[in-house]
Design a protein around this ligand. Sequence first.
Ligand code: UN1
Length: 494
Amino acid sequence: MSFQNFIAGQWVAPSTGEYFENRNPADRRDLIGMFPRSGAQDVERAVASASRGFELWRRTPAPLRGDVLRRVGDLLAARKEELADLMTREMGKPLAETRGDVQEGIDTAYYAAVEGRRLFGHTVPSELRNKWAMSYRRPIGVAGIITPFNFPMAIPTWKMFPALVCGNACVFKPAEDVPHTGHALVEIMLEAGLPPEVIQLVHGFGDAGAAIVQHPAVPVMSFTGSTETGSKVGETCGRMHKRLSLEMGGKNAQIVLRDADLQLALEGVLWGAFGTTGQRCTATSRLIVEDAVHDEFVGMLVERVEKLRLGDGRKAGTDVGPLIHEESAQKVERYVDIGREEGARLMTGGTRATDGELAHGVFFKPTIFTDVRPGSRLEQEEIFGPLLSVVRVSNAAEAFAVNNGVRYGLSSSVYTSNVHVAFQAMAELDNGITYVNAPTIGAEAHLPFGGVKQTGNGHREGGWEVYEFYSETKVCYIDYSGSLQRAQIDTYDV
Ligand code: UN1
C-alpha cells in the first residue's frame, strides 16, 4: 500500500515520484507500506500552503484553536489501542509502551486545549499617568517540525499541539522509520477539524528535513534527534536568525548509593536501561554504584537481565522489542568492541539475538559492562541501544562528579534513603531533569522537558514553557492622557 503526503489540503504523491519502504523491525518480512520520498519541491509547496493556513489560523481565537486540540485528544483516546498496535508494528517497542506513547499525546492535547484559554500575558502599571502597559503572546508563523523514531506519537504532539494552540501552522516531517504513526496523527488532526492548510505532512529523509530548515518562510523550527544533525540544524537556523528548539543526545546515569533500597533501584535500572530497548533520549546508559553495594547490586542485576524476554512487541510477554534498524544494531556492536578494547568487563549480552523468530528482526541482547572507566568512550558517548555501562565509585560526591563528567545533561536519577543526600543530588547534578528513587525515564507531559549542556539549546518542551517558545511577546502601551508623555524623562523631571 502506498501512502501520500498531505500538502495544500490534499493527499498527494511526492514530486520525485519515489517511495521508500516501511518495514516491521521485529520481522523484516512484514512490509507496512510505501511512503513518499519527498524533495525540496514538495517542501516548497507545503510551506506556501502553510503560509496561507497561518493567515487564517492566527486570526482564529485561541480558545477555538484549543477546542480543536481537545477533539484531537478525544480521538486519540478513542483509538488508543489501534494506534498502539500500528506504532509497535513500525517501531518495535512493546504495546504497553506504545499505549503510553499515545497517552502522552492525549495528555499533551488536553493540556494544549486548556492553554488556549490562558496564554497569559501581563498587565503592569506604567510609570506615566493615564497610560496603560501590557504584554501578550502572538504566533510566529510556519513552524518546521522534525521528529525522531523513538516516540512516534508523543514527540510530534509535544511540538505540534503547542505550536498550533499558539496560532502557528505546521510543516511536519516524521522520522522515516515511523511514517505510519505520523500519517495516522495527521488524519486525526484533520478529522478533529483542523483547517487543512494549517497542517502539512511531508514524508522523507534528511534532504526533505534540510529543505524545511533552510526555507526562509519557516521562522521557527523544532528538532529532536542526533547531536550531529542538531548541530547542522543549529548552524542553518543561526545564520538565518530562526528560532530553534533542539533536543539531542543524552548519557543519562542512575546512581545507586549505599543506603538505597536495592530492590527498588533494580526495578528502576531494568526499566530505565532496557525499556524501549534503550532507545530513549532519557534512557539509562550509565549505572553509577557506590563501592559498598556494587558487587551485590551488579549480581542482582545480571540475574534479572538474563531473564528479560526479547521478542515482537505485539506478543504478550515481551519485555524488550527490537532495535529500530540494522544500522542501530551495528552501532551497538561497535560499542561492544570499544568496551572490550577499553578493558571494560562484559557481564552479559554483547551479541545479537537470532534464535527462532528473532532471526527475522533486529534484536540485540541486553548488554552490561562493568569496570567502565570514567572518561572512556563507552562511558561518554551516546549509544541508543540496550547497553548499560557500570561505573564503581567510592562515595556520593564522586558519583555526582561522574554523572556530570559528560557533555550531555538530560536526565539523572539517584537512589538513596538519605534525605540530605537526595537534596544534595538535586542541587549538584547537571541535568534538566533529576529523579529521586525513580528511573531516568518517565517525564510527564505537563512539566518542562529538556536538558542542559549539549543535550539542548536552552529551550524546553512540554509544560508551560513550550508556549513561550512557540509565541512572540508583544508589548502594547496605550496612552490616554491626550498629551505627549516622555518615558524616563517627564516622571523624573524635577
Ligand atoms: C525521549 O526519550 O525522547 O520521560 C522522550 C520519558 C518519556 C519521554 C521520553 N515520557 O522517558
